[in-house]
Ligand binder design. Structure first.
Ligand SMILES: Nc1ncnc2c1ncn2[C@@H]1O[C@H](COP(=O)(O)OP(=O)(O)OP(=O)(O)O)[C@@H](O)[C@H]1O
Length: 464
């Protein structure tokens, strides 16, 4: 049973992760991270427990049926009364299952709120510490914990009450069997055998009752996992194999994508040749990131089309296209591990010469030289032990290690001093062969270093 339960949880967890990985970006972006981490951790375990309760309850039910059949063969009328009593008890338990399930649903919601509160606290730790605001986080967390404990107490009280009722009812039933047997002149051997059977039925009957309750209490966890999968799944079937796109320009032909609030990109048409270094400028919220998300295929055009090397992009080509993309956001994702593991996050079969070349290009040589253990220094959660500019240089080096066909810099150097950024851009310009580089920046002097500029303003894309 342990193997079954372990296998069930493993399969469920892997399936959820695979669904998440295959989900369209527009759906992933609106998900709350705490919801996912809570599902993967706590709720998966509860869902596994619910599967185990189902199996244990079924085993106990089979035992109960066998014992009831045995009792029936000895004294049919008696057994019929006992089976009737058991059925009434079973129906009462099932009747209460709706409320038990609601309680289980409350527990899922509170677990999620608790995870969300902890994640917000950790994310805003520095701001909270700087403003002495930790107490409000602690108070919020305590309030959620208290609500969670209350729901669990209600459940514990309810199951303890039904266990007492069951114990009382089975004692009364036992006494009734003895009394009835004597009153109706049942022979001593049959009566003793019947009592033995009924006594042995009490265990499985109670187990069925408890397992049913536990099952309905943990069922909402399984339902929550399924619910998320349903929200993330667009179509069934295996993802297509990646097919590399043909060489040639990337083109957007009259492409529009508007987010639910109305912001985005309208009727964009542009062609980007291989090796071009293009600056993308425009005010905040104008649609620059949306344009990039369309070019890397994270967003699918609502109208218009995208071509690479003259060929219309389909799902298989999109996978191949992304294999050649390196994307560097403003706040590059760094994790609590060594610089080396952060650099090789995507592919650890890279040789040292390629790592050194990428570090040189990103201008991260001095930074790594001064770290106590060089490339093997652990840099803290989200690279907390580095400065903003240093974090960005590590993010850039990681992207360059990929030897991308398309390099996207989404305000990826805005924390680096102007002089350092100018030198970095010059190094990128002189790369040979040079990848296509798209750089979003709010610094006019940085944009000026590109081959040409695209301006995005209120969703309209124009060449400057
Ligand atoms: N997932 C989303 N859901 C709803 N609206 C969104 C979403 N993403 C972006 N928007 C909206 O679309 C518009 C364009 O956003 P986008 O991120 O493309 O702008 P941007 O030019 O990159 O801005 P910035 O320079 O500030 O990064 C904004 O009004 C933004 O609020």
């Amino acid at each position: 049973m342990a193997r079954l339960q372990g296998g069930f949880v493993e399969t469920l967890r892997n399936h959820l992760l695979a669904t998440l990985a295959a989900a369209p970006w527009s759906r992933i972006v609106s998900l709350r991270h705490a919801r996912i981490t809570n599902l993967i951790g706590t709720e998966m375990q509860r869902a596994g427990a619910s599967a185990q309760f189902l199996i244990q309850g079924s085993v106990a039910l089979v035992m109960l049926i066998v014992q009831a059949a045995l009792a029936f063969s000895l004294a049919p009328a008696f057994a019929a009364v006992a089976i009737f009593a058991l059925t009434v008890g079973g129906l009462a338990v099932i009747g209460a299952s709706g409320r038990t399930r609601d309680l289980g649903g409350d527990v899922v919601r509170q677990n999620q709120a608790m995870m969300g509160s902890a994640a917000t606290f950790l994310g805003g730790l520095k701001t909270a510490a700087a403003q002495n605001a930790q107490q409000s986080f602690v108070a919020e967390f305590a309030a959620i914990q208290s609500a969670l404990k209350d729901r669990q107490l209600v459940y514990a009280r309810r199951s303890s009450r039904s266990r007492s009722v069951f114990a009382l009812a089975s004692s009364v039933a036992g006494a009734a069997v003895v009394f009835g047997g004597v009153a109706y002149g049942m022979s001593a051997p049959v009566l003793i055998a019947l009592i033995l059977i009924f006594v042995r039925m009490a265990g499985p009957a109670q187990q069925v009752q408890m397992m049913t309750q536990n099952f309905f209490f943990s069922l909402p966890s399984f339902e929550a996992v399924r619910q998320m999968e349903a929200e993330l799944t667009v179509q069934d079937g295996p993802a297509p194999l990646a097919s590399p796109p043909p060489p040639g320009p990337v083109e957007l032909c009259d492409v529009s994508y508007l987010h639910p609030g109305g912001g985005g990109v309208k009727h964009a048409s542009l062609a980007i040749s291989p090796g071009e270094f293009i600056g993308i400028g425009g005010p905040s919220g104008a649609g620059k990131t949306t344009l990039i998300d369309l070019l890397i295929g994270l967003l699918t055009p609502q109208s218009g089309e995208m071509r690479i090397g003259g060929t219309l992009v389909d799902a298989a080509m999109l996978r191949g296209w992304r294999d050649g993309i390196a994307y560097v956001p403003q706040d590059g994702f760094l994790f609590h591990d060594t610089v080396r593991r952060n650099l090789l996050w995507h592919d650890d079969r890279v040789d040292d010469a390629r790592i050194a070349a990428a570090i040189r290009l990103a201008g991260a040589e001095d930074l790594i030289a001064k770290l106590p253990d060089g490339l093997d220094t652990v840099i803290g959660e989200r690279g907390a032990m580095l400065s903003g500019g240093e974090r960005q240089r590590i993010g850039l080096a990681r992207a360059l290690i990929r030897l991308p066909r398309l390099l996207i810099l989404d305000e990826a150097a805005n924390a680096i001093d102007a002089e350092g950024e100018a030198a970095l851009l010059d190094r990128l310009r002189s790369l040979d062969p040079r990848p296509t580089i798209l750089m979003i920046s709010h610094r006019a002097e940085s944009i000026a270093r590109c081959d040409r500029t695209i301006i995005v303003d209120r969703g309209t894309v124009t060449a400057a």
